[in-house]
Design a protein around this ligand. Structure first.
Ligand code: FAD
Length: 497
């Protein structure tokens, strides 16, 4: 066809997509950045762009008529409620045995995440990305990613007195009394703004419970960091509410990319196609894996190798709560931005974030998101009958994660004489083993691609997001996704343009 021809197209605008778009544009390449979700630049009728966690509304979920909140219950009561179907910000995507939470919108997961910006310990890097030169990563690309994302650590003196971090100080006390190393976790939240929220001199965001459905202030998502720089190049065309559905070799070279335009009800209102010399898959671990598996199976990209769809992991995510004694109140006012973790990775395979439970009332609960060394890996495959991509995960595959998290919390409970909460994920259910926030893998570096993300079988096609990472990063993943993308795009700009 006579489709418009462009040098580079990037599918998805999370960390990988933003790094690719920025560095290509800086190198003088015109880029089309295509994003499934909304631009999230226009306030709703309440004057706010994003909804609060305490009152989910049409903005909160991706094309659902009922919320699917990660913490589904409280004191035994289900929390979910009906909402209008809308191209909202948080996708609770259901596969067999697991719900995968992902951000939808310009900025991807950066819009909905906790901003915890953790560089893995150097000694663990060999198991995170075994084929990547660690000296280069720790010397160049992790520092570049941390700088580009605006990563900073809480002022430790302020931490000692801030009302909104009482829950984290209780978490520290319990960790240390059981002999576990406790460390501050850097974040992209603006800590000066957080101090002002606590002092009551600015509108509250983290201290008003904003997080899962976006932050109206304070958090440096990609909308505050990479995206303004992308726009300033003048070389990047951005299409929000567009879903890439096909990529296939074009007759005159390059690739024909087909995309659907959506309205905010999720209805397809049009289809476009462009021809791009280079296509960067940055639709996230799940989005990129689904696209590649479908395109290989349906004959659009038949030469992709058999590693496509493999090596998917949940970063070992598992959640739990503990019930404290009355003298260990965790505070009615809790910052939604976690700031500390318990490190038992080497001994027990678990790194636990001390997470908030911002209900607005005293709960006497300590809440944790553990990242564990779960060895289980899933595979995406094409289901021709249902015309969709399946993932073969099983809920039982979280049992190693539970065992690893228990190396921390069984010990703390024994020491403190406390028990697990059983009311947060259903009726009498201790472990939040039904979900992940950290999908990784599906087009693993050095397997589905070469060691820089070039897809085997198709010159000019690249993967540049969390799909490259083989299932686990030992800590929260977005700094590693960003640093790896910075590494790969530097090589691609130097050698492939
Ligand atoms: P994403 O950020 O997922 O971006 C992919 C983008 O592609 C999305 O915007 C998507 O809408 C778009 N897309 C998908 N399919 C298509 C298509 N067909 N066409 C066009 N566009 C498409 N990580 C941390 O490190 N620290 C944290 O504190 C943290 N907290 C989290 C909390 C929550 C609730 C969630 C959900 C995640 C959290 N994460 C955290 C994980 C982190 O956000 C992700 O690892 C990260 O966003 C993945 O980056 P990515 O570039 O691989 O893809």
């Amino acid at each position: 066809s006579d489709a418009a021809r462009i040098p580079a197209l990037v599918v998805g605008s999370g960390y990988g997509g933003c790094v690719a778009a920025l560095r290509l544009a800086e190198a003088g390449v015109d880029v089309h950045l295509v994003e499934l979700g909304k631009a999230w630049d226009t306030p709703g009728t309440d004057g706010k762009i994003f909804a609060n966690t305490t009152t989910p509304d049409y903005r909160s979920f991706w094309l659902r008529t009922r919320t699917k909140q990660p913490l589904s219950n409280f004191l035994g009561f289900p929390l979910d409620k009906d909402v209008p179907r809308h191209t909202g910000i948080l996708d609770a995507e259901e596969f067999s045995g697991i719900t995968v939470y992902q951000g939808r919108g310009l900025g991807g997961g950066s819009l909905v995440n906790g901003g915890m910006a953790v560089t893995p310990k150097r000694e663990n890097f060999g198991s995170v990305l075994p084929t990547v030169n660690a000296d280069e990563m720790y010397g160049v690309y992790y520092p570049r990613a941390n700088a580009g994302l605006g990563v900073a650590t809480i002022d430790p003196n302020w931490f000692e007195t801030a009302e909104c971090y009482q829950y984290a100080r209780v978490g520290r006390k319990h960790a240390q009394r059981s002999g576990f190393p406790f460390l501050f976790v850097p974040d992209v939240y603006d800590w000066d703004y957080m101090k002002k929220e606590q002092a009551g001199t600015v509108p509250r965001s983290a201290l008003a419970g904003e997080i899962l459905y976006g932050n109206n202030a304070g958090k440096k998502s990609l909308q505050q960091t990479y995206l303004p720089r992308i726009k300033a190049t003048g070389r990047v065309t951005i299409s929000a509410l567009h879903r890439v559905t096909s990529v296939t070799p074009a007759s005159g070279g390059g690739y024909t990319v087909v995309m659907e335009q959506l309205d905010t009800a999720g209805t397809v209102t049009g289809t476009k196609s462009v021809t791009a010399d280079k296509v960067f898959f940055a639709a996230g671990s799940v989005g990129t894996s689904k696209l590649l598996v479908k395109l290989k199976a349906t004959g659009a990209l038949p030469n992709l190798n058999n590693e496509v769809g493999k090596g998917w992991g949940d970063n070992g995510n598992v959640m739990c709560g503990r019930a404290n004694h009355m003298w260990d109140a965790t505070g009615a006012l809790q910052s939604s931005i976690p700031t500390a973790g318990i490190d038992n990775w080497a001994a027990g395979g678990a790194f636990a974030e001390v997470a908030p439970l911002p209900t607005g009332i005293e709960t006497y609960a300590s809440f944790y998101l553990s990242i564990t060394k779960n060895p289980n890996r899933g595979t995406f495959s094409w289901n021709a009958g249902a015309n969709k991509v399946d993932l073969d995960w099983q809920t039982a595959w979280k049992q190693p994660s539970i065992a690893m998290a228990k190396t921390i919390f069984d010990k703390i409970n024994a020491k403190e004489g406390t028990i697990y909460r059983t009311d947060l994920f259903g009726v009498y259910k201790i472990w939040g083993d039904h979900l992940t926030y950290h999908p990784l893998g599906g087009a693993v570096l050095g397997k589905a691609t070469d060691n820089y993300g070039r897809l085997h079988g198709y010159p000019g096609l690249y993967v540049i997001d969390g799909a490259l990472i083989p299932g686990n990063t030992s800590v929260n993943p977005f700094v590693t996704i960003t640093a790896l993308a910075e590494r790969n795009i530097e090589k691609i700009v130097a050698t492939d343009l």
